[in-house]
Design a protein. Structure first.
Length: 439
């Protein structure tokens, strides 16, 4: 898996991602402490609102950013967004009112909504071979999981010698370092494609996404990921410290069990995906998430919860890690940023549904009820994915172009079957508006 780091461009981009993630983790800890400093016992409401603002920014702004990702120079765009994020975080220690936190969080997440899908869409161009790209996806998953473990530990160590305000400096350093690493490489040229209106560019990724059967299946799996993930992210502390009466350290260990399951699968996936296709792996992940969520509605002791969280981590990684391969396969290079932006927006829309269910329903009706409802959502998402994602899938599909003259250059591409039909790898684009019927 680590052999892909021999590619110097990818290595620098991966280091940019890792350092940025660690900085973001430090900032998350600092934000919680800042909320408590400003709002005291109402800190939870402040953080809840901040996370809602984050999701709204992601869902609403990512498609707009994707529209411009193939118009603006990618390296300059990524570096500029890192600098914007660094400047916003640098202002956080100086806020004195809660509303100022909300404004800065919106600006920060707006920049992230533009940065993250553009960055993700760049990796397939740097690593065009699917085997290498699969390894990169596993490394990325590994980086996210390690950040969840390392950042809180690092923050705890730093807080013994500095105030929480200084943690924001770590986030600033992370974003600046990320910008420098991106600046140190030359990114492949992205084809510009046809000139389009702002509206068409903004909606193009979403239209391609929703018209592609495998991506409609992926969207359904995203709901399963968000439903089960919300149980872990929102309610682990409630299970461990409220229901079981245990310590903060035990909460950290439970979250580490989830991360460990995800990391184990991330390391195994590159070899597994050489032998089987994406569909059974992703759907098995959805089934594990659904089963784990149902079991979470009955868990009544700490040791079973650790095993359950490890299994949920395994399912989480199985369902989520291969998504980049599906997105890459489903769009031309010039449309890839828009399609990655659509995935970013739609997947976070799922979290926007499941976070409140986990938090508010858990508080009002109890953890078993919240987990059961989220398990139903995860199961419905997995069943929908099985129905929407074709069981047998080939990239090259036979299709007809009755609207094109028989001598049109496009009909000369691929394997010609008749005057108006041919076979080639099929994606939604200007000449292919809908998926072939029955495919």
């Amino acid at each position: 898996m680590f052999s892909v780091l021999k590619n110097a461009t990818y290595r620098h981009l991966f280091l940019a991602q890792v350092i940025s993630l660690i900085g973001t983790g430090l900032g998350t800890v600092a934000l919680g402490l800042l909320a408590f400093d400003l709002a005291g016992e109402n800190a939870g409401a402040v953080l809840g609102t901040a996370f809602a603002i984050k999701m709204i920014a992601y869902v609403s702004l990512a498609p707009i950013a994707g529209a411009f990702a193939n118009v603006l120079p990618r390296r300059a765009m990524l570096v500029g967004l890192d600098i914007v994020r660094a400047l916003v975080v640098a202002a956080l220690p100086f806020v004195t009112e809660v509303w100022q936190v909300y404004v800065l969080i919106f600006l920060l997440q707006a920049a992230s909504a533009a940065f993250t899908p553009t960055f993700q869409a760049t990796i397939p161009d740097v690593l065009p071979e699917e085997r290498d790209y699969t390894k990169a996806l596993s490394l990325s998953r590994l980086a996210y999981d390690l950040e969840n473990i390392i950042s809180p530990m690092l923050a705890g160590a730093l807080l013994t010698v500095i105030s929480f305000h200084a943690l924001f400096a770590g986030t600033v350093i992370g974003f600046v370092a990320s910008a420098l690493f991106v600046l140190s490489v030359f990114l492949p040229h992205l084809p510009g494609g046809e000139r389009r209106s702002i509206y068409e560019r903004t909606t193009r990724g979403m239209r391609i996404y929703l018209k592609t059967p495998r991506l409609r299946g992926l969207l359904a799996v995203n709901m399963a990921v968000a439903a089960a993930g919300a149980i872990v992210i929102v309610n682990t502390v409630v299970y461990v410290q409220s229901a079981f009466g245990m310590s903060e350290r035990d909460t950290a260990l439970a979250l580490a069990a989830f991360g460990a399951g995800s990391m184990v699968v991330a390391m195994l996936l590159p070899r597994l995906l050489e032998r089987v296709t994406d569909r059974p792996v992703v759907l098995l992940g959805g089934l594990i998430l659904s089963a784990g969520a149902f079991m979470a509605s009955t868990v009544d002791d700490y040791p079973p919860l650790l095993g359950m969280w490890f299994a949920l981590g395994c399912g989480y990684s199985m369902a989520l890690t291969p998504s980049g391969r599906l997105l890459k396969r489903s769009a031309h290079a010039e449309d890839r940023p828009a399609v990655f932006a659509a995935q970013f927006a739609l997947s976070h829309a799922c979290w926007l549904v499941t976070y409140p269910v986990a938090g508010w329903l858990g508080a009002k009706a109890g953890l078993p009820v919240a987990a059961f409802v989220l398990a139903l959502l995860a199961s419905l998402g997995t069943i929908a994915a099985m129905l929407l994602w074709p069981r047998t899938e080939t990239e090259a599909l036979e299709h007809t172009h009755p609207e094109l003259p028989a001598d049109h250059p496009h009909l000369q591409a691929g394997e010609r079957r008749s005057a108006h039909s041919h076979v080639h790898p099929y994606v939604i684009d200007d000449l292919h508006f809908m998926w072939p019927h029955g495919r």
